[in-house]
Design a protein around this ligand. Sequence first.
Ligand code: CU
Length: 160
Amino acid sequence: MNPAKALFVAALLLLLQGDLAAQPAQSGETTVISVDSTNLRFSPSSVTVTEGDTVRFFWSGQALPHNAVEENGVFDTGEPERAVDFSFTFERGMNGTYAFVCEPHESVGMVGEIVVEPATEQAPEPEAPPVSEDTPFLPMSWTAMTLAFAFALRRLQGNG
Ligand SMILES: [Cu+2]
């Protein structure tokens, strides 16, 4: 394969990769909950996420040991520790409000709340773009790139 061909194939692969990256993200975002400078409050103490997102309880070097326990046991970071790194993902269907406390400091108000909103219009499986004459842009770019790639492959095999 000569350098020009290699460059052409690399460019095609990059284009295809870019197109794939433009698909809706399948993995959610991560929201970090830590402990603020008073040592007795979660920071932030109230967050709103979406189904599929992850909440990460993360602190280290704390003056006091803390944990985060959901009131119905949905999640539990374990024994209070000065350093905690615990992630919990709210799967689809888990929308709702989740209250949690730091057990040693619940009485002084170290409590928090996570609101999980339903996921909207996010397909569980990635689908090929619909082919429709009304929305030519995406299908055209997709089809054009697929054809260009197939054409390039045939040429490479033929000349190679
Ligand atoms: Cu605490």
